[in-house]
Write a protein of this length. Structure first.
Lengths: 276, 257
């Protein structure tokens, strides 16, 4: 019985690796296909070349923007804003979520607020926050923070509430005090939800930062450069920025959060993978 | 002196339909290193009684003493094993689960891992020390749970139908293993089950409980040499006797007439 279980573990791992490789190939194939279709439409002459530049034109513009450093500066500005607001959201959202789950009065106070504020798209608040906080980093960071905090809070709250009571009993029977119970059982027990919260928060933060930059940023940022480019019909600049926005989003989603998940909740078998 | 004294323990719940006597004036005693099975139909309060012994529930009346000291809440003098496989911490390896109690006690890392490895050896899982629970079968997970409850060296082991969710063959293996573990560790064990054959196989003494209200109906001493043969005549006699007691316990008074 025991040897079979060990063998199954290794075979399973090999199978998962093969499945991952296959999924990368499939992803690459569909992206290439989409690019080919785009190129075909751009070259068909149906649309003005200035509005729908071909891929080589976009690539040349992208290369120029990389060389003169402007694309890097835009990216750094956007990353600074998103990471600042997102980190703030974690620092505030996770502890409040935990407090909500642990203490009734906090829950009673926060829940109506969360329910009322969460459905408001962060973008709708940009003009108001501009009046309050002016144009620049502060407003964009606050918008990002607003967008990212609630999913963080909400998921942490659900996660702490869903910790298996049996774990608490078992840990209590083994002499865990309140503090140990919290750090050694509740936090790891809630981790599937907390990690989901971090992921959702980042996606919302990333969407929010680009939107907020379009209106509330001055001179720098990937969202700002897209909005600014419309004045001169620079579709190639817009598309170059979009590529960077897409790539960074993908990088965080797959590489950063994907590897956090693989090192924790996937390894612990605390989430079912959709793969099987 | 008795190791465990359960005296007149009651637990009454208030429900909209009135009071429910989950446990009604239950009394029994255990000597050190004795293996006691609590047997009864569902609703007889055997699991409730175990939860009171573990300190998860407060009795509404009566007293429990372990080693002469009154029980007040949870304590490291008792190890607990539950029925549900999910009792293990999925974020810790088998070894990490077994070291948990020692970690709470403040035992240094190297020492507690050494002790935990010995406990895993006792349940024949030393090869799987670094496996996470979701890679282990149900039977293996329950063995880890037993090792975990023994690791910090409690004098009493409380077990709530630990093998009830396993298939019959695995359950037989587990019972044999537990009998071995008990022979080697000499813990005082209170074991809740509704399986009569399991009780006769494992116990020195069986306490039969009856439901509504949950009462101690009868105590039966199992006077058989170990290891026990489940197919021997004497074994089957005990089984028959317990089934009869249980039948009477389950039957409604009106149905008996």
């Amino acid at each position: 019985m025991t040897d079979v279980a060990a063998g199954a573990g290794a075979a399973q791992r090999k199978e998962i690796n093969a499945a991952v490789a296959r999924s990368y190939w499939r992803a690459a194939a569909s992206i290439v296909l989409a690019l080919v279709i785009y190129e075909g439409v751009a070259r068909s002459g149906e649309f003005p070349v200035a509005l729908m530049p071909t891929i080589p034109t976009v690539a040349a513009t992208f290369y120029d923007m990389l060389l003169d450093g402007s694309m890097i500066k835009h990216t750094v500005f956007t990353l600074y804003r998103v990471l600042f607001g997102f980190s703030l959201a974690m620092v505030v959202g996770i502890p409040i979520g935990i407090l909500m789950a642990r203490f009734r009065p906090v829950e009673n106070f926060m829940l109506p607020l969360v329910s009322a504020l969460m459905p408001i798209p962060s973008f709708a608040l940009v003009p108001l926050f501009m009046l309050w906080f002016g144009i620049g980093n502060l407003t964009t960071i606050i918008i990002v923070f607003y967008a990212a905090t609630f999913p963080m809070m909400f998921n942490t709250w659900s996660g702490v509430r869903s910790v298996n009571p049996l774990w608490l009993r078992a840990a209590g029977a083994m002499g865990a005090d309140e503090q140990k119970l919290f750090w050694k059982v509740i936090i790891p027990g809630a981790s599937p939800f907390i990690i989901t919260g971090v992921r959702q928060s980042f996606i919302r933060a990333w969407i929010a930062v680009v939107g907020a930059e379009m209106i509330a940023a001055s001179s720098w940022g990937l969202g700002w450069v897209i909005f600014d480019a419309k004045e001169f019909l620079n579709a190639d600049i817009m598309l170059s920025s979009l590529v960077v926005i897409g790539m960074i989003g993908f990088l965080f989603e797959r590489l950063v959060f994907g590897s956090i998940e693989r090192a924790t909740i996937l390894k612990w078998g605390m989430v079912r993978t959709a793969r099987n | 002196m008795q190791e465990i004294e359960v005296t007149d323990v009651s637990l009454v719940y208030d429900t909209p339909a009135g009071q429910v006597h989950a446990v009604d004036h239950a009394s029994f005693e255990l000597k050190a290193s004795e293996f006691l099975c609590l047997v009864g139909p569902s609703g007889c309060g055997k699991s409730t009684l175990l939860n009171i012994l573990a300190g998860f529930l407060k009795p509404s009346g009566g007293e429990i003493k372990i080693g002469g000291k009154p029980v007040n809440g949870q304590g490291m003098d008792r190890g607990v094993v539950f029925q549900d496989f999910a009792q293990l911490f999925p974020w810790r390896t088998a070894l990490g689960n077994v070291t948990f109690g020692l970690e709470m006690k403040g035992v240094p890392k190297e020492e507690r891992e050494q002790i935990a490895l010995e406990q895993l050896k006792l349940v024949k899982l030393e090869k799987f020390a670094n496996a996470y629970p979701h890679h282990l079968s149900g039977g293996m997970q329950q063995r880890v749970a037993i090792a975990r409850a023994l690791a910090y060296n409690p004098s009493v082991l409380l077990m709530d139908e630990p093998f009830a969710a396993l298939d019959a063959l695995t359950r037989d293996d587990m019972q044999r293993l537990l009998a071995e573990v008990w022979r080697e560790t000499r813990k005082t064990v209170i074991y809740v089950t509704h399986n009569v054959a399991e009780a006769v196989y494992l116990a020195d003494r069986v306490v039969v409980m009856s439901p509504h209200p949950g009462r101690v109906k009868k105590e039966v001493v199992i006077d058989l040499p170990r290891p026990r043969d489940p197919l021997s005549v004497a074994f089957l006699e005990y089984q028959k006797q317990l089934l009869q007691e249980l039948g009477e316990a389950t039957a409604k008074p009106s149905a008996r007439q």
